[in-house]
Design a protein around this ligand. Structure first.
Ligand SMILES: Cc1ncc(COP(=O)(O)O)c(C=O)c1O
Length: 388
């Protein structure tokens, strides 16, 4: 039987943000997948739509249980029903965390390069970004605990947004990393907001470690989780906050209630419940497919263009490529060149902070045929760039 992930689904004309470019362009930038969500999800949504009544809706116990069961069964992390709260978007939760745990004029710590929408919730609310670059050993990224300690010691720092696993590098933080982060946060009275939207996307045999599954974490932190990246539900806007510590729960819930809080739409809770309950085999297959695509890209670049170095992350469907031998620090120019000359749209590294300069991010959650096309365009574009 054909592998369903091999299908190159045409998303033009569907209002897709990713596929809004001209015909012939290959979009490998924004982080959503070109795969169909699990069939069980689509069927449940069709059934709900078939009923035809679309009044207000609320997350019920079966919705919360789906989160509880999924994170307990797959990652050994347990939380109580009353600790899980619906939120319509993880970025909205980041806004709320910044509003709840920091004050105007304070600095919020980001470990860069990191997801670009962590920056605006900070700057839009009159706070300052304090970039602490991850240390890069040429092959992998690690938390620079010395620099983190320096940042956390500042009286102007009370919040750190942690990306676990890490977008764009694909890093899975191990238990020891998280323990050290908790210890630092406790010592310097800093709140950790752990964004775990990419958690379920990881290579076979390498599960991520939920922040709140580590002893002592709830004293210093809160977590945002969502099925939206892993099951391709981003357009339905569905996520949750895990808030086991009442002292940290109160200010963020208060912020949400006063400002951005939205009830779920009629489809979002159904989609997440069914994805978590019935999409686990699909998730396993998707992770295997993306892993094989990653291996393909790494091998292809190594052979055809060794000066483009793919970083081997263990999570996300994002390929983080060191292009400094091709474009120096100017990945903005290189990305624009790729788009113009070979019709490959990728994300430029500096979008993710200073430490992203000279890198590009490529979304490989698409059919293998498109992944291959993307790699060919990339290598062709790099050669043209060198000649330009
Ligand atoms: C780390 C991270 N957090 C949050 C989001 C977006 O979350 P949402 O669509 O729920 O706002 C993304 C999307 O790419 C992401 O990579």
């Amino acid at each position: 039987m054909a592998n369903p992930f091999d299908e190159s689904i045409d998303r033009h004309g569907t209002g897709s943000c990713k596929w809004s470019g001209p015909e012939g362009e290959l979009p490998m930038w924004v982080a959503d997948m070109d795969f169909r969500s699990p069939e069980a999800v689509t069927k449940a949504l069709e059934k709900r739509i078939g009923q035809g009544v679309f009044g207000y809706t609320e997350p019920d116990d079966s919705w919360a249980k789906a989160y509880q069961d999924f994170y307990r069964d797959l990652y050994g992390w347990e939380f109580k029903r009353e600790d899980v709260h619906f939120v319509f978007s993880v970025v909205a939760a980041v806004y709320a965390a910044v509003g709840a745990y920091s004050k105007v004029g304070e600095e919020v710590v980001l470990m860069t390069p990191v997801y670009h929408h962590f920056f605006t919730p900070i700057t839009h609310q009159g706070r300052l970004v304090r970039e602490v670059a991850l240390s890069f050993d040429g092959g992998a990224y690690h938390i620079d605990f010395d620099k983190m300690e320096e940042a956390f010691s500042s009286p102007n720092v009370h919040l750190c947004i942690f990306c676990n696993p890490h977008n764009p590098t694909g890093t899975i933080y191990e238990k020891d990393d998280i323990k050290r982060l908790i210890a630092l946060a406790k010592k310097h009275d800093v709140v950790i907001f752990s964004d775990e939207i990419h958690g379920p996307i990881s290579h076979p045999g390498h599960p991520y470690v939920p922040f709140l599954s580590i002893e002592g974490a709830e004293e210093v932190g809160v977590t945002a989780v969502s099925p939206s990246k892993a099951f391709n539900l981003a357009g339905l806007h569905t996520a949750a906050l895990a808030l086991p510590n009442p002292k940290l729960a109160a200010p963020i819930l208060d912020y949400l209630n006063r400002s951005v809080y939205e009830d779920p739409n009629v489809l979002s809770c159904i989609a997440s419940t069914v994805a978590f309950n019935e999409g686990r085999d699909w998730l396993k297959e998707m992770n295997e497919y993306v892993y094989q695509s990653r291996l393909y890209c790494e091998a292809y670049l190594k052979e055809k263009a060794p000066s483009l170095k793919a970083i081997h992350g263990e999570s996300t469907y994002l390929l983080w490529v060191d292009c400094r031998e091709i474009c120096g620090e100017n990945s903005k120019k290189f990305s624009a060149f790729l788009r113009e000359k070979v019709g490959l749209r990728v994300s430029s590294g500096e979008t993710f902070g200073e430490a992203g300069k000279g890198f590009i991010r490529i979304n490989i959650a698409t059919s293998r045929a498109r992944v291959k096309d993307g790699m060919e365009r990339l290598v062709k574009g790099a050669l043209l760039y060198l000649k330009s």
